[in-house]
Design a binder for this molecule. Structure first.
Ligand SMILES: [Zn+2]
Length: 198
């Protein structure tokens, strides 16, 4: 089974890269004029290095991660799963550091976000060809509450970097959650209904 990544660009609200002081890169779908400055302020408050954070916000969701002195954030409609957004941000971090000597540029006193403007074409390219990059794998898990098989996206790096198998993944949907155990071959080894608080 191949993941359905059609119209991904339209399902995304924004992708942002910020330093601690300013927004240095932003991508938005065509014809989007919405500002996400407030969301980005929230993000800065609780960014721990190398940990993905998830925020639900009405009909949309936000994922962010700090990578040393940069914070990567992606916003999307609720239909886009968090694992896919995480995979996109991981790739963007990789590409951004491949393209720029970020630390050096940011150490310039007059560093401006104009320097990173051309990165938009890299992001466009990445989103356009996301299926070819093979970043995520769809798995199927049966939820006994929904009484159906649910397609869940798992980012490959999550499985490939795991130390123990099967790895647990919580999938929250429709007001409840299942805990899915996945082995190194992306096969589902078990599904449990879990209680959730927060
Ligand atoms: Zn369910």
């Amino acid at each position: 089974m191949k993941p359905d990544l059609s119209n991904l660009k339209e399902k995304l609200n924004f992708i942002n890269i910020s330093s601690d002081y300013m927004s240095i890169f932003e991508w938005k779908p065509p014809r989007s004029f919405k500002s996400y400055v407030l969301d980005l302020n929230i993000v800065k408050e609780h960014a721990t290095n190398d940990i993905f954070f998830h925020i639900h916000k009405g009909n949309s969701k936000i994922v962010h991660i700090r990578k040393n002195n940069l914070i990567y954030t992606a916003g999307a409609g609720n239909g886009v799963q968090f694992q896919l957004l995480e995979a996109i941000l991981e790739k963007i971090d990789e590409k951004f550091n491949e393209t720029y000597e970020v630390d050096v540029i940011l150490s310039f006193e007059n560093a401006s976000s104009n320097i990173f403007k051309n990165f938009a074409s890299t992001v466009e390219d990445l989103l356009q060809n996301i299926d070819k990059l093979d970043l995520i794998k769809p798995i199927n898990a049966y939820c006994r509450v929904c009484k159906k098989v649910l397609p869940i996206y798992v980012k490959k790096s999550f499985i490939e970097n795991a130390e123990d198998f099967p790895v647990p993944l919580v999938y929250t949907h429709a007001g409840h959650a299942i805990l899915v155990f996945i082995d190194r071959n992306f096969d589902v080894r078990g599904v449990e209904l879990v209680n959730v608080s927060g």
